[in-house]
Write a protein that binds this ligand. Structure first.
Ligand SMILES: [Zn+2]
Length: 433
């Protein structure tokens, strides 16, 4: 028994280390391909965009992509080192033992485990802080996207932490209690709780949480409002309200989105979007978003999320009972205290390393959905306006027009502009019949 547990643990250590190394190599390889590709095409605007995009804008996009790419390499290396530090190098083990010895005798198992999860979250946030600061106040700043002040940055962190504790602590406590008290099928219960929690957040986020960070005002522009309402009526779509969000408070990047569920659904425009696009273009962008609903992409995404979390919880339910799961990832499981919080942490840290290898599948489905939503927008609004809006947003966001094709396949959740515009141009509704 001893021997086989030990060898299972060694196998897991090896498989994990190999997967981490392989994912890191693939990520570095893809990132360097992307950077080489963008740099090689920096000197000239691709012919398809020669009339619409200036050389200046094209080179700005290339420089922005390269700056983010270099920063991405550093973040990846740091992320992998931190992950190794937490797991195989004994970070979680040390933190776990220190908190267990200090807290469990006096405050009980639940309090100690909550403290473990909380300390882990706090330490992780501290490690990521310099990266976030550099990205916002150096890269985004340099390219004119950052609108954050230091005060706002600190305030955001404080608010997020508060919301995180208020929401996260009770959910974590409930999970830990289920793991401890609900028997060997605890993971089915935990999954149910997790799903209800997610739906609640979807329901409450737009009205309770988002307003903590941004101001939402009803859309005041009457002509745009009429346009949007006519579009929604045409598409058979009801929403509770049209709002403008002060996205410009943080960043110059533009966006529009739907939030909420059923009757609580609302449409939110970033003020930055309304400033950049004409009313017809805003309508086309919104028609694209409606396309995601009409094609049931949102429901499908939620369904996939439900199924994957059930599989995840089942896997965690099994792994958490296996001593080699802990030992193989650098933690000595306790015989006298519950190991539930440790199991949760290890699982959340290690699962993404393996999930990385299937992520291109999801990106592929997502790109297909984008084409479907674009086609829907062509039928319900104007494809020419959508094309114009896409170009403007691309230029304003300094997105590269010349990404590496393999990088696109692996990562892009949206098809590159060239492909989307080509598909829009070829759409039957735009051709003279
Ligand atoms: Zn979309």
């Amino acid at each position: 028994m001893e021997v086989s547990q030990g060898s299972y643990a060694s196998i897991l250590t090896f498989v994990f280390a190999a997967a981490l190394l392989a994912s890191l190599l693939v990520k570095f390889w893809l990132a360097s391909r992307q950077m080489r590709h963008v740099a090689a095409h920096r000197h000239a605007v691709p012919s398809a965009f020669a009339r619409t995009i200036s050389l200046d804008a094209h080179q700005r996009a290339a420089d922005y992509t390269l700056a983010k790419g270099r920063f991405g390499l550093i973040s990846m290396a740091v992320g992998a080192a931190v992950l190794l530090g937490w797991t195989l190098l004994g970070g979680i083990d040390a933190l776990n033992i220190a908190l267990r010895d200090a807290l469990q005798p006096r405050f009980g198992a639940l309090a100690y485990q909550l403290a473990l999860l909380g300390s882990f979250a706090a330490i992780s946030a501290l490690i990521e802080l310099p990266l976030g600061l550099y990205s916002t106040f150096h890269i985004e700043q340099r390219f004119g996207f950052n609108r954050m002040t230091w005060k706002l940055y600190v305030l955001d962190i404080a608010k997020s932490a508060l919301v995180g504790v208020l929401i996260g602590a009770p959910v974590a406590a409930l999970m830990l209690w289920l793991m401890h008290a609900a028997g060997s099928l605890w993971w089915v219960w935990a999954w149910g709780v997790w799903m209800v929690f997610n739906l609640l957040i979807l329901l409450l986020y737009p009205t309770l949480i988002a307003p903590l960070f941004n101001k939402f005002e009803p859309l005041a522009d009457e002509s745009l409002k009429t346009r949007v309402q006519q579009l929604m009526a045409r598409c058979g779509f009801a929403a509770k309200g049209l709002f403008v969000m002060d996205g410009s408070k943080r960043s110059a990047h533009a966006n529009a989105y739907f939030t909420g569920f059923g009757a609580a659904k609302r449409v939110v425009f970033f003020d930055t979007l309304l400033n950049k696009l004409s009313p017809a273009e805003v309508e086309a962008v919104l028609a694209h978003e409606l396309g995601h609903f009409k094609h049931k992409h949102v429901i499908k995404r939620i369904g996939v999320m439900f199924a994957m979390s059930l599989a995840g919880f089942a896997l965690l339910g099994w792994l958490s009972t296996q001593p080699w799961f802990y030992a193989g990832l650098g933690v000595r499981p306790s015989l006298t205290a519950p190991n539930d919080a440790v199991a949760l942490l290890l699982f959340l840290l290690v699962a993404p390393v393996f999930a990385f290898f299937v992520s291109p599948l999801f990106a592929r489905v997502s790109r297909k959905h984008e084409f479907e939503a674009d086609a829907y927008a062509c039928r319900q609004a104007s494809g020419d306006d959508l094309a114009a809006a896409l170009l403007k947003l691309h230029e304003d966001n300094a997105s590269t027009l010349t990404p590496d094709p393999l990088y696109v396949r692996f990562y892009y959740s949206h098809p590159p502009a060239s492909e989307r515009l080509a598909a829009l141009a070829g759409h039957p509704s735009l051709k003279p019949s």
